[in-house]
Write a protein that binds this ligand. Structure first.
Ligand SMILES: [Zn+2]
Length: 394
C-alpha cells in the first residue's frame, strides 16, 4: 500500500509540475479526461521504471483530482487555493482511490479484494455498508491505514421529523447558544493539548534530524495531532446531529470564518489592528471548527429534509428583541443584555440567537430585501464567497 500510495503521490506531483509549466508558457491546463492520458506517458518512460508496481487507475484518479483542484482554483465563486505538491509525511497527502468497484474489487463481510497486487485485505468494519459500492479509498493516517467506501443509495426525501425553528448564535465562551436558551460549551481541544504539543515539539528540535529517534518523536506528534482532530470531529458531529434532528429550520449567522481567521497581522500596506486579541480569537475560531460545523449542519439538514439559512450577523447582539432598539449600550457585559429603552433583560447570547431567528423568518417571508441596510452591511468584512441559501433563491 505504501508503494501504491507513493506512486500516486508521485503522479500528482509530476502532473502538477507539468501544469505549472503549461501555465508559465501561457497554455491551458487540460480537462479531466485529457489529463489522465498523461499516465500512459509517465509509465512508458523508461526513466520511471519504478511505476511498474503502480496501479494505473490510482494514478488516473490522482490526475483527475488534480484537474478538479485546478477547476476549483479558477472558479471565481470559490476561494480555493492553488493545488500544492503533496508531501510524503503528511497524512492527508497519502491516499489512493479504486474506482469501478463492482468490476475490479470484491467485498466479503470484513474482507475486501483489491487490485494492484493487494489481493484480499481484512479490515475492521465500523458500520454496515448500505447501498451499492461505487469506489473505495485507502488512506494512511498517523501510522494506521483506513478504508472508506463510497456508495450509491436511493434516499427517499421525507419531511423533516421536527417542525421547530431555531436561531443559533456562535461564540467563543459558548460554542453555540440556541434561541430556546440552551447552549453547548466549547471543546477547545487544541488548547487542552497545546502545552503537551509544545513540549513534544521542543523534544523533537533537540534530536538529530532524520535520525531514528527523531522519526519516533515525529510520529508521536503526528499521533497527538490526529487525536486532537478526532476529538474535534466527534464533538462537532454530536452537536450538529443533535441540532439538526430537532429542528426543521436552522438560522445561523453568516460569519465568514475564512475571512475572520485570515491573518490578523494584515499586509504591509494595511497592517492589522489589535493583532494579539485577534490572533487569540482566530485560534478559538479555528479550534472550534465553525466552518466545519456549518458544513455538517447543511448536509445533515439536506438529508433530513430541513433547511439552513444564513443571515447577516450585524448588530445581532445589540438589538432588543422586545422593542427593536439598537444600541451598543444594550449589552452591559459579555453575558447580560439590558435594553436602555424598554428595560428588557436577558442573557446576551440568547438575545443574539433570538434576533438571528427573527431575521431568518423575515428573509423567508419577504426576501432578503426586507432587511434594513444597516443589517445587510457588514462592518469589517467584505461580502464574498458562500452561495446564497436555497431558501432565499426560492
Ligand atoms: Zn427594548
Amino acid at each position: 500500500m505504501t508503494e501504491l500510495v507513493g506512486c500516486a503521490r508521485w503522479a500528482w506531483n509530476k502532473g502538477l509540475d507539468r501544469c505549472l509549466k503549461l501555465l508559465d508558457s501561457g497554455e491551458r491546463i487540460p480537462g479531466q479526461t485529457a489529463i489522465t492520458y498523461w499516465v500512459k506517458e509517465f509509465r512508458d518512460n523508461p526513466e520511471h521504471a519504478f511505476l511498474k508496481t503502480s496501479y494505473t487507475d490510482n494514478l488516473q484518479q490522482k490526475l483527475r483530482d488534480l484537474s478538479l483542484a485546478w477547476q476549483r482554483y479558477f472558479d471565481p465563486k470559490l476561494e480555493a487555493s492553488r493545488p500544492v505538491f503533496k508531501k510524503k509525511h503528511v497524512d492527508s497527502d497519502n491516499s489512493i482511490r479504486f474506482v469501478n468497484f463492482s468490476k475490479y474489487c470484491k467485498i466479503d463481510n470484513r474482507r475486501v479484494k483489491l487490485p494492484g497486487g493487494l489481493g484480499w485485505c481484512r479490515f475492521r468494519k465500523s458500520r454496515n455498508i448500505a447501498g451499492k459500492i461505487k469506489n473505495c479509498t485507502i488512506t494512511r493516517n498517523a501510522g494506521h491505514w483506513f478504508i472508506s467506501f463510497q456508495v450509491e443509495q436511493k434516499v427517499e426525501q421525507l419531511a423533516h421529523p421536527s417542525t421547530r425553528e431555531v436561531g443559533i448564535d456562535m461564540g467563543v465562551a459558548k460554542f453555540v447558544t440556541l434561541s430556546d436558551g440552551t447552549s453547548i460549551k466549547p471543546l477547545n481541544i487544541y488548547r487542552k493539548y497545546e502545552q503537551r504539543l509544545a513540549k513534544e515539539q521542543r523534544r523533537l528540535a533537540k534530536k538529530v534530524k532524520f535520525s531514528n529517534n527523531w522519526r519516533k518523536q515525529k510520529q508521536r506528534i503526528t499521533r497527538l495531532h490526529s487525536k486532537i482532530a478526532h476529538c474535534r470531529n466527534d464533538f462537532l458531529h454530536k452537536a450538529s446531529t443533535e441540532i439538526s434532528k430537532n429542528h426543521a429550520m436552522i438560522v445561523i449567522e453568516d460569519l465568514r470564518t475564512k475571512n475572520m481567521s485570515r491573518s490578523a497581522k494584515g499586509t504591509i500596506d494595511a497592517p492589522g489592528t489589535n493583532v494579539k486579541a485577534k490572533s487569540g480569537l482566530n485560534k478559538s475560531i479555528l479550534d472550534q471548527g465553525w466552518y466545519e460545523f456549518r458544513r455538517q449542519l447543511e448536509y445533515k439538514q439536506a438529508w433530513l429534509g430541513g433547511d439552513v439559512l444564513a443571515v447577516p450577523a450585524h448588530h445581532t447582539s445589540q438589538t432588543c428583541p422586545a422593542c427593536d432598539h439598537v444600541s451598543p449600550d444594550n449589552r452591559k457585559t459579555q453575558a447580560n443584555f439590558t435594553c436602555v429603552q424598554c428595560g428588557h433583560q436577558d442573557n446576551a447570547d440568547r438575545v443574539a440567537a433570538i434576533n438571528i431567528l427573527a431575521r431568518g423568518r423575515r428573509v423567508l417571508a419577504c426576501g432578503e430585501s426586507s432587511l434594513d441596510d444597516s443589517m445587510k452591511q457588514e462592518p469589517v468584512l467584505p461580502r464574498e464567497g458562500l452561495a446564497p441559501s436555497a431558501a432565499i433563491a426560492a
